[in-house]
Write a protein that binds this ligand. Sequence first.
Ligand code: PMP
Length: 439
Amino acid sequence: EIRVSPLTVTEAYGMLEGDDLVYAQPGSGYFVRVPPAEVPAATSAFAPAQTVIIQEPQQSGFCEQFTASSQLQARPDLIDFSSGFPHLGEQKDFARLARRAVSQSKDTLLRYGLPQGQPILRQQITQLLVQQGLAVAPEQLLITNGSQQGLALAMQYYLKPGDWVIVESPTYHGAIALLETLGARIVGIPMQADGINLTLLEQYLHSHRPRLIYTISTLHNPTGITTPSDHRQQLIAIANRYDCLVLEDNAYEGLHFEPVPPPLKAFDPHDRVTYVGTFSKTLMPGLRVGYLVAPEAHRQGLLRQMLLHDFHVATLSQAVVSEYLATGYYRRHLDRLRMQNRQNRDRMLQALSQHFPDGTTWTIPQGGFFLWVHLPEPFPIQRISQAALQQGVLIACGSAFFPKQQGYPALRLNFSLPPEEIVKGIAILGRLLQQHRIA
Ligand code: PMP
């Protein structure tokens, strides 16, 4: 007779549950989860067969995940495919530019600044936006602590508990977490090769009258898809028809390898789009400098929200970004970053075709940092991600980017890493996938 400790059994069930292979039915026991019929065949990395998800407010693990991965990122040997910022190595010019910023902003550092941000920086950002095809005036801009604060201000200002909000499915998990905290009811509309499914979008606008559409139209997180101009125009026309606000998150702006269409806000004759951008992805997330372009009707309200929240973004951070922009360093740095990222993307594509199971598919983004990798069958991704971490590789599981966070056979991989790390890390993941095959 072989005796197994009940503790071991409980732990084993816990692991199976974590991998979404079984589920607990209180009072009845554990049941094997049969993969839903619509688990997608790997014909396309961007069109999950998952249909619309409607979710009552709940709490995802975004905050815990963010804290855990920020701690792990300090590990010198880590190959970090999980994060959403550039791995730039040593920033040689930073110290010099920061010193100049300190000497030029000495006086302003001694007192509070304007809640909307320093005038010079707002002027400079306006010029960047004009180059992207978005004509705005400095008065329309509000400097925020990263785009996360822009999203939080806008969502808090526009929404009340119980409001319906439309997001792309998958989408940025930090936005899902914010919406959950605000008690919004989330509808996830599937992403397709050319952006959100507009037919379903219109159906839900008609039936639920949502208050807000949250969209990442350019270099979408996590799929990397850029929505074409005609799709943007249609989206705005639909939003107008149903009088729905739009929150455009353009966190990856400036990181394109090929020309991209102007932001959604440039197609917005009725001023219903609120736009957020950031320097986290192009410069460094630690500075915490982002911005928001508010519709005229909401400008004062959002400004007031910012003031009550935080007074303003640290003047020193604003001055450092201004220095990058004024010296032309930003432009040169961005050109280099884009070139490097393109090579790294290609390196990752090669490594994936060499090491990942047959039938795996992926998007080929024209910029940004992410590949959305779609596995050909259900894998115990949580378990693979734990095993990968033991071998020094951190990944982001695809399910985190869906409003319901259910098991989904996909990974989001950041390719903005040194090529040798990409090759080593993908080979490790490939081996783990072979070892953990369920079928
Ligand atoms: N939006 C998107 C789509 C993101 O990916 C991120 C960060 N990963 C953010 C907003 C927030 O970034 P930050 O606050 O650093 O600008």
